[in-house]
Design a protein around this ligand. Sequence first.
Ligand code: GDP
Length: 298
Amino acid sequence: MFDTLSDRLATTFKNLRGKGRLSPQDIDDTLRAIRQALLEADVSLQAVRPFIAAVRERAEGAEVSKALNPAQQIIKIVNEELVAILGGETRRLRFAKNPPTVIMLAGLQGAGKTTLAGKLARWLKSEGHTPILVAADLQRPNAVTQLQVVGERAGVPVFAPEPGNGVGNPVKVAKDSIDFAKTKLHDVVIVDTAGRLGIDAELMKQAADIRDAVSPDEVLFVVDAMIGQDAVITAQAFMDGVGFDGVVLTKLDGDARGGAALSVRQVTGKPVMFASSGEKLEDFDVFHPERMAGRILD
Ligand code: GDP
């Protein structure tokens, strides 16, 4: 991930090495190169603009440090602004005061929701929670079975519609799952919802109906990082149609450019909370802006 961006930035910074002080021209050239590198990494212009403006302001300002040479100073500023654009600090899950905590997953079909549901459940279990997975994706014939397989791998029970009861009604299934969790003392409910191949009104309405029925503590928007800037467009549509509290980036293992990771926070105002980077349930972590920025600049 970030392969080209890292290389491009490293070359840009190398050109500054050995300079005693930076002329306005040096700063202009450097910022132009950084801007270009970000755009080529498929970072949204809405994120690039404020990023460059912030770096410029600080680079041109009187941030004179005796300990750092000009190249190091620029790298420090870029690093700090990358951390900022990635969300600053890790945003942790908020748990309900009165369990169960309800986490709803929303996103397009194929984004990696079901896989993510299993990863999240496994991780929560390892943190001492007693989650259940809820099969509220009744759109795809295979979705319930797929979630059951994932649940088995994660060692977490799956709440699914009984034949003849709630079949075809994801809102009822989601609602019933909360009562089930209360009775069986599960402290976290993870609701997997249906996705479609594209953004459509019916999908948004169903997700919004489920949201209204279960009043989630966290709605997580799950998005495939490999779609780059399209992730931002999709995020905006879900923001308008359903609303969400945080983002989960999936398939980071296949994303060489990093555009989605660097854009989505700035464009939606919502933090990236988790990162998914493979097909195995262990390929999952809390999203750490500082570590991510470190990977770009290492
Ligand atoms: P859903 O339709 O949103 O529920 O998506 P799925 O969970 O079914 O995932 C769609 C495909 O992407 C499946 O083949 C998954 O194995 C794969 N997948 C999910 N997450 C990741 C990931 O982080 N990395 C990779 N390489 N593949 C993933």
